[in-house]
Ligand binder design. Sequence first.
Ligand SMILES: [Zn+2]
Length: 276
Amino acid sequence: MITLEPGLTSQLSPRVRRIIAPNPGVMTGPGTNTYLLGNEAIAVVDPGPDEPSHIDAILREGAGRIRWILVTHTHEDHSPAATPLARATGAELRGVAAPDDFYQDLIFRPDVDLAVQPLLQTPEFSLRAVHTPGHACNHYCLLLEEEGMLFTGDHIMNGSTVVIIPPSGDMKDYLDSLEKLKALALRSLAPGHGELMPEPMAVVDGIIRHRLNREAKVAQVLAVAGGTLDELVERAYDDVPRVMFPMARYSLWAHLLKLAREGRAVESGGRWEPPG
Ligand SMILES: [Zn+2]
């Protein structure tokens, strides 16, 4: 068992290498995973934060062969290195520009929009972008078709629960996007944070179950008594450490917005109540 640590470079398959960025943390686990696909002409997936030592590590591994840079989404721990890396290599940028809300890298501008051209075909591999809104509205998972390996960005992480921050984050979209993955021929998940995950369908089903259990608990708590987000997070997340409450509060909000859309919760002046 290898410990995941910043700067660690691993060969995951004949076509795939991974470099871990030096940004470990509560939200980022061991650090953002940057993947290099191919050997003759290389695609970089999620170059990570704009951190010179990490960009140098990518350039070293790329050995002058980086042709494409793809981002799963534009949060600050995934895409900011894309622009300087493209400048250094002349590589083409692929992704979807950020909506103008907080937590986003607004510098990122794709040469190719994944919504318009989802397929990257090279002599060595084909990489297909699958729109997976939920964590962020411009989030795409990327499927390496030859290996059934899905680069999941922050749609699925290993070792931590994905935070859904409205309005770019949306719980209904998130659950729908998880369902969408079940139609793909997957053999492994390569998350934006944490180790590779075998048995993709078990992972996806587990996340859906976990989210629906939380939603049921939120609805239950609300049925007992309404309250503000700060009041409700204490009751709906009483099983998680308090230090996680600021993040849990966002996911709670996302659950409540979904319940409201389904007529199962109402909000007025910052207070949430059961309907009727
Ligand atoms: Zn993210």
